[in-house]
Design a protein around this ligand. Structure first.
Ligand SMILES: C[S@@+](CC[C@H](N)C(=O)[O-])C[C@H]1O[C@@H](n2cnc3c(N)ncnc32)[C@H](O)[C@@H]1O
Length: 376
């Protein structure tokens, strides 16, 4: 099957684009708010005295007692602050605060309210970052962890809202459903053929949800293998989606050979949304993914292909964000890989017809997410 011929080149609807652009602008403001908040924490802790004293990563580490596992994270923070012009490096390799970069706590609170009023779509992200910032010093000195903030009392409500209020995630998840539909229609050589689909790292099911109604209506699915490394996500998904009788809920760690975990090359379609970057070695992960697909099967990879400071400021506080061991393949200061790197890696692993969805649809360049489709 030639994917280029069969995946329709659609243009994005005006309203959807407007929401995505507004969401991105709002997240940009939230990121700046978070970075300024961090500067105010440094001032309170006398890492520098407003614009008078210079600092570097060592003085931050010493003054706020940063645990060694966060040293890499501190370097990333300095890169983000410099990139946004909130601090600048001087001749002695130390940093200086740009005075206008500083906001008092009252100003920070006003800024947060302004952002939420102007960009309601980013409310959950903004409040999550505010909560995280309040705990930042405790987290960096290992007295607290970020995960209870993301999953308060073990609840998935914030994650659900982050994806639910996010027009960008919604857009790409809908596109995945659309691509699957087109693939199924074009590969239905025999009547009543049913498809086997496996999703890696399905989490709370933001991608899967869009597919379930489509597959259910058309009676097209023999099996939808809903997998994740975490039993907590699988238990949650069982509670949400048990009414669909074609779903098989399973634990799968894509860092280990699937065959050793009871998974074979049984699937027509494999889907992975924002999960593969979280593994230590991308080449090995893609090789494992390859073993799941039948000959001619379709792999849909939906990944962030540009770094967002929001992700670094939040998920960057988890051990998983930094577990990668193939740094040369990642975008500097993050576990993410660029679009061109994913394409190279996919081809090297034996995937063919590798294409980016944004390229097919002439999506604006400033975009942070992309879907890359390929076959085996
Ligand atoms: C950022 S979440 C994305 C969840 C879901 N795909 C979505 O977009 O809504 C990443 C998911 O990958 C899972 N995960 C992390 N490492 C994994 C691994 N090695 N194998 C399989 N799943 C993994 C996590 O448990 C989590 O559910």
């Amino acid at each position: 099957m030639k994917l280029t011929e069969n995946i329709k080149k659609t243009s994005i609807e005006k309203e959807t684009l407007k929401n995505i652009v507004s969401f991105q602008q709002g997240i940009n403001k939230v990121e700046e708010y978070g970075l300024r908040y961090f500067l105010s924490l440094l001032t309170e802790n006398k890492v520098f005295l407003r614009a008078k004293k210079t600092f570097n990563s060592d003085s931050i580490i010493k003054n706020i007692n940063v645990a060694s596992k966060y040293y890499r994270f501190i370097e990333s923070l300095l890169v983000m602050l410099t990139r946004r012009g909130l601090i600048k490096k001087n001749d002695t390799n130390h940093f200086e605060l740009i005075e206008s970069g500083f906001l008092s706590s009252v100003e920070l609170n006003n800024e947060l309210s302004f952002i939420i009023d102007a960009y309601p779509l980013v409310e959950t992200s903004a409040l999550l970052l505010q909560k995280t910032m309040k705990a930042y010093l405790n987290i960096l000195s290992n007295k607290e962890t970020f995960l209870p903030i993301l999953f308060p009392m073990g609840s998935f409500s914030i994650i659900e809202q982050l994806y639910g209020n996010n027009p960008m995630a919604a857009y790409y998840n809908e596109k995945i459903a659309d691509i699957c539909k087109q693939y199924i229609v074009h590969s239905q050589d025999q009547k009543n053929k049913k498809f086997s689909i496996l999703e890696i790292g399905a989490g709370v099911g933001a991608t899967s949800k869009k597919l379930f109604s489509l597959l259910n209506n058309k009676q097209l699915c023999e099996i939808y293998c809903y997998t994740d490394i975490s039993q907590a996500f699988i238990n949650y998904a069982k509670r949400c989606f048990s009414s669909y009788d074609f779903i098989d809920f399973q634990i799968l760690n894509i860092e280990r050979l699937p065959i050793e975990q009871g998974f074979f090359n049984h699937y027509d379609i494999v889907i992975a949304t924002n999960v593969l970057h979280a593994t230590s070695n991308l080449s090995m992960t893609l090789a494992h993914t390859h073993t799941l697909l039948k000959k001619g099967g379709l792999f849909i990879l939906n990944e962030a292909v540009n770094v967002r400071d929001f992700s670094t400021l939040t998920y960057g506080l988890t051990d998983g964000w930094w577990r990668f061991e193939d740094g040369k393949k990642r975008i500097l200061g993050s576990p993410l890989a660029s679009l061109s790197e994913w394409k190279i890696l996919l081809k090297q692993t034996g995937f063919s017809s590798v294409q980016s969805f944004n390229e097919l649809t002439q999506f604006p360049e400033t975009i942070f997410q992309d879907i890359i489709i390929s076959t085996v």
